[in-house]
Design a protein. Structure first.
Length: 328
């Protein structure tokens, strides 16, 4: 894998955005993550990365002055419809810290993602304040709501993404176009469901002929690992999945063919768009939360490729993998 552009990533989580940006040609100068298990996941998969396990407020952006990209999935609870939507009044709102790092590091590009709730009219003034601050620092900006299902991920999972680039680069930026038809849960998970010899896997895959409800990771205040609120569980039931919990193994050869299975964490990771080679550290519930809170790698990769192109990189195809390289 060739990387020619540098990135500082905050709130990196379990590496959904990280791995996607890496596929777009960005090498990580630093990844910041406060959760112990998620930070361990980053180290497990990329031992060579500099991973700061701690608060983003501890980072001095001046040490990374001139970096190509500042990226991050800042916490979504301040803007989530599932929460109180306190926005700037929520102590978990880290947009001010992201802007501080932009002032200090002066990256060529910025990419920050959040939930669809941030796009609502309620936060018009908040978005405008962020845009105005970036404009004062010499950036042009655009917000876009992208659906993960348009990039090969078998769930809607809308994400509201801010991209900002230095004015000299912004005119070259274009949002990525949808990639093919939405993937279906059954076709994505059939081999994993059949891994232990379950004879009902084929019939199950035919029933699961749709895209999934949005995976919800939740927080440590949430109970055990399940696939979301009542409405989400009903959506999973329509796909032939019991959403009341996560299991350790796929159905066995002895499992009745009409059994309604639960997902394993590896299956959930596939629904999020993680490659099977990406490993997770921690206990089952922690792993589920890491996966559920992640930015789907295919979406991060496609937005990253658009940013890389605007920065003067050239996308080349090697097999099915796109690699961004510095233009000569």
């Amino acid at each position: 894998m060739t990387t020619s552009l540098s990135a500082l990533e905050i709130c990196a989580g379990a590496g959904g955005q990280s791995s996607g940006l890496e596929l777009a040609g960005f090498g990580h100068s630093l990844a910041v993550e406060i959760d112990r298990d998620a930070a361990a996941t980053l180290r497990l998969n990329r031992p060579s990365w500099d991973v700061h396990e701690g608060d983003v407020r501890e980072i001095d952006g001046r040490k990374y002055k001139g970096i190509d990209l500042l990226a991050g999935g800042v916490p979504c609870p301040p803007f989530s419809v599932a929460g109180k939507q306190l926005g700037a009044n929520d102590e978990r709102d880290l947009f001010p810290e992201a802007l501080r790092l932009v002032r200090e590091a002066k990256p060529t590009a910025v990419m920050l993602e959040n939930v669809k709730g941030l796009a609502s009219a309620r936060f018009n003034d908040y978005r405008e304040a962020i845009r105005d601050e970036l404009h004062r620092m010499g950036y042009q900006t655009d917000w876009q709501l992208l659906y993960s299902s348009e990039f090969g991920v078998p769930q809607l999972r809308p994400r509201f993404i801010l991209v900002a680039l230095k004015s000299s680069k912004f005119s070259k930026f274009e949002w990525p176009h949808p990639v093919g038809s939405p993937a279906k849960v059954g076709e994505v998970l059939k081999d994993l469901m059949a891994a232990n010899g379950w004879a009902g896997a084929d019939a199950w895959a035919k029933k699961a002929n749709g895209i999934a409800p949005t995976i919800v990771g939740g927080s440590k205040k949430h109970g055990g690992a399940d696939l979301g609120p009542t409405r989400a569980k009903a959506g999973w039931a329509a796909l032939g999945v019991d959403g009341k919990g996560i299991v350790d193994e796929a159905p066995s050869a002895e499992t009745p063919e009409d059994f309604v299975p639960r997902l394993t964490n590896r299956m959930v990771a596939r629904v999020q768009g993680f490659e099977d080679s990406w490993q997770f550290s921690g206990r089952k519930t922690s792993v589920y939360r890491q996966i559920g809170n992640a930015f789907p790698p295919p979406v991060a990769k496609n937005v990253g490729l658009s940013i890389a192109t605007a920065l003067g990189a050239r996308a080349t195809t090697t097999g099915t993998q796109l690699i961004a390289r510095q233009a000569s």
